[in-house]
Design a protein around this ligand. Sequence first.
Ligand code: PRP
Ligand code: URA
Length: 212
Amino acid sequence: MTDHLNVTVIDHPLVQHKLTLMRMEETGTKDFRELLEEISMLMAYEITRDLPLTDIQIKTPVSTCTSKTLDGKKMGLIPILRAGLGMVDGIVKLIPTIKIGHVGMYRDPATLKPIEYYCKLPTDVAERTLIVVDPMLATGGSAAAALSLLKAKGARHIIYLCLVSAPQGIKAINDMHPDIKIYTASVDERLNEHGYIVPGLGDAGDRLFGTL
Ligand code: PRP
Ligand code: URA
């Protein structure tokens, strides 16, 4: 992993290989969906490497011993609808007990401003470390609004995880939410005149759900 300010680029070869496949125009919905699930699991593996552990006494078939177990840290997974849904299953495979909240945001295509349309969260968000997931961080409007919403609901520990990001989106989160650590598989070049990430991978929600 490489670190710059609040951004960590997950440069694991498997993540980078799968991202290349996802970027390709000819990759269809089935493969795109499977790749997003796999890549999300790999990224979750990387971002959870510092979870606290505690020692417990166990009995193996051979003897007793002291062994490590997760320290019961409460976690929450918050996909930003729609495209964030594609990252849920891979992460749940690694952290099966994680609670899931949903935040619905879409970008107005004319203004590129985020519009909130849904929010349902675990009741105890304040006590949980939340992983907010969305494949695309473009202008940063959707992410910044979702993070503000979660904080207004009491969330205190939040990590933001995306697949592809633009420098503008990273700056927007850094400016509005300097306490939030961002994890991404790539920081791409720029946004185009329609607010799409270049080179990016196109419209993540449409490619995921086949609504192109
Ligand atoms: C996409 C993407 C992000 C947002 C990023 O969602 O999944 O949520 O755009 O753009 P931003 O950083 O400029 O806000 P979209 O609005 O296309 O909605 P969808 O997931 O329902 O397709
Ligand atoms: N949303 C997407 O799905 N893709 C982009 O490139 C930008 C915003």
